[in-house]
Design a protein around this ligand. Structure first.
Ligand SMILES: Nc1ncnc2c1ncn2[C@@H]1O[C@H](COP(=O)(O)OP(=O)(O)OP(=O)(O)O)[C@@H](O)[C@H]1O
Ligand SMILES: [Mg+2]
Length: 511
């Protein structure tokens, strides 16, 4: 099936999100879509899938113009979308989620889940998805949840699959498996639109690349003839530096000290197993590890979001083991959470409100007993300029921002105030290459101003590029430590430690 977008234009108030876009999507082909945060990628795909209707232009399927009045029409025409932010019901099983809305019924009109399960298994088999049909969504790792989203659109017999930043939350291993699935979909003749900010990924799987800038298609290219640097420049209109520019660290006094910190999960299993570490003023400590080895819990313990069972946490000389989140924040701890939707923002609040979400009660923003909204507005607008959060007004709901701009908003709020310690978890998730460059610069700036900085990231490149020292987490423990002054850590040794290799093989580990 071939699909064409002709002259698609879409406005949101004063924002021209798509400006006369023409796009060709062909069966048996992977079309890679690149563009800065807010360029209009998700909007364009929401139009293609029937979720939004365009202000002008048309969608043409196999030569015939169609008009969609909702996502139901899109899927009926064979176009299915996997959204940037998942839309599964956590307490339902895989099979239940897959059939939701199109439940097959038996002779008496009751739900025929057995039939649904059989179909799920068939699709599983055909495309090598390996999803357990009876598992509850909430018990599955993110990588598998995403395959459930893919299963869902395949179950609805989609011929065009739109995948909006599917790899943003995947581990490198899961990305490899995901590519395998994409290839088998392609071989089966499906058309795939793949959106990502990771240039090496788009080069690895796309047959054709289109670049979007400020709502317009500004470039088309052949992945075989383009480099990452070419793509970056096509996207942002200037050369982008992929390496982090920084001087050798000048570590000072300990800003954060963890001594034998233990955390248990609901089933009393150890999720933090006697973790001890130090982050000094003026240094970046990178925490490397395959997702799910205790990094999330480590950050929750430091930020005060989860109780620890034993051990001690000291922040700038003060014992904060039992301090509240607000106390830690007031003392100068910044926290960029890994999941911006769950922890970092309130989508229905305005951008201005989100910018002061954890500081509106500070003296700076209050006048007598009330909040000084004029000052909040000015500050929020300034933050947006500094961090290039693209919006026509700070009085719009934060949920209207594009995914990457939401992330920039959260990072701006955390870094644009007096801090002593920055805990940054997946700080550049979903950001375009230009924004990543800027956020990295700001994190190093925090370091050079004397903050202790801790970066948790599943991107090993990010850890290697930013950190002065690296610790590796495996099964809730810190299993190795590496000095990374001037990039001296051995990448392979770090990788081996991440995979749980024993102490002997990680001989690069420092005391
Ligand atoms: N529902 C909406 N209401 C108002 N404005 C919107 C809405 N959805 C998108 N926009 C605006 O349209 C523009 C394009 O957003 P879109 O989400 O398509 O960008 P994107 O290319 O997907 O970016 P990202 O890489 O950050 O996901 C942005 O300026 C955004 O603020
Ligand atoms: Mg998007």
């Amino acid at each position: 099936m071939d699909v064409e977008l002709r002259g698609i234009t879409k406005r949101f108030g004063t924002v021209l999100a798509n400006d006369n876009v023409n796009l060709m999507i062909r069966g048996g082909e992977v079309l890679g879509l690149l563009g800065e945060n807010g360029a209009g990628k998700s909007t364009m795909m929401n139009i293609l899938s029937g979720l939004y209707s365009p202000d002008a232009g048309e969608i043409v399927i196999d030569g015939k113009a169609v008009a969609f009045e909702g996502p139901g029409d899109g899927i009926a025409a064979g176009i299915g979308m996997v959204h940037q932010h998942f839309m599964l019901v956590p307490v339902f099983t895989v099979a239940e989620n897959v059939v939701l809305g199109v439940e097959p019924t038996g002779a008496l009109g009751h739900l025929d889940l057995k039939k649904a399960r059989a179909e799920v298994e068939e699709i599983n088999e055909k495309y090598g998805l390996h999803v357990p049909a009876d598992a509850l969504i909430e018990d599955l790792p993110v990588g598998i949840q995403q395959r459930v989203e893919i299963l869902k659109v395949l179950f609805r017999e989609a011929d065009v699959l739109i995948l909006d930043e599917p790899t943003a939350v995947l581990t490198p291993q899961e990305v490899e498996e995901f590519f395998g699935i994409v290839r088998s979909l392609k071989e089966a003749g499906k058309a795939i639109v793949f959106i990502t900010h990771k240039l090496h990924e788009i080069l690895a799987v796309s047959d054709r690349i289109n670049v979007l800038r400020q709502g317009r298609i500004t470039g088309e290219g052949d992945p075989k003839a383009l480099s990452e640097a070419d793509l970056a420049e096509m996207m942002v209109g200037r050369p982008v530096s992929f390496t982090v520019d920084k001087a050798v660290a000048q570590p000072g006094k300990p800003m954060l000290e963890m001594r034998n910190v233990v955390m248990l999960d609901d089933g009393d299993d150890l999720v933090l197993d006697h973790v001890s570490l130090t982050v000094r003023s003026g240094e970046v400590l990178g925490v490397a590890g395959v997702q799910g080895n205790g990094q999330t819990e480590l950050v929750e313990a430091i930020a005060g979001l989860e109780r620890t069972a034993s051990g001690k946490i000291v922040f700038d000389g003060e014992d904060i083991t039992h301090a509240s989140v607000r106390e830690r924040h007031r003392q100068g701890m910044a926290h960029i959470p890994e999941d911006r939707h769950r922890m970092g923002m309130i989508a229905t609040f305005t951008i201005a409100e989100n910018m002061v979400l954890n500081s509106y009660y500070d003296e700076e923003y209050t006048r007598g007993l009330s909040v000084d909204w004029g000052h909040v507005q000015e500050t929020a607008a300034a933050f947006c300029v500094d961090f290039d959060v693209r919006t026509p007004s700070v009085f719009l709901p934060a949920g209207n921002l594009s995914g990457g701009n939401q992330q920039k908003m959260v990072v701006a709020r955390e870094l644009e105030r007096q801090t002593k310690l920055v805990i940054a978890s997946q700080p550049t998730r979903g950001l375009d290459v230009g924004s990543i460059e800027y956020i990295h610069k700001r994190l190093i700036q925090s370091r050079d101003e004397g903050d202790g900085v801790m970066i948790v990231s599943s991107e090993l490149d990010e850890i290697m590029g930013l950190s002065d020292r690296i610790v590796v987490m495996f099964e809730g423990k810190i299993v190795a430590e590496f000095d990374n002054t001037a990039g001296s850590a051995d990448r392979n040794a770090v990788g081996l430690a991440m995979a749980g290799a024993s102490g002997e093989t990680t001989s690069g580990a420092a005391a």
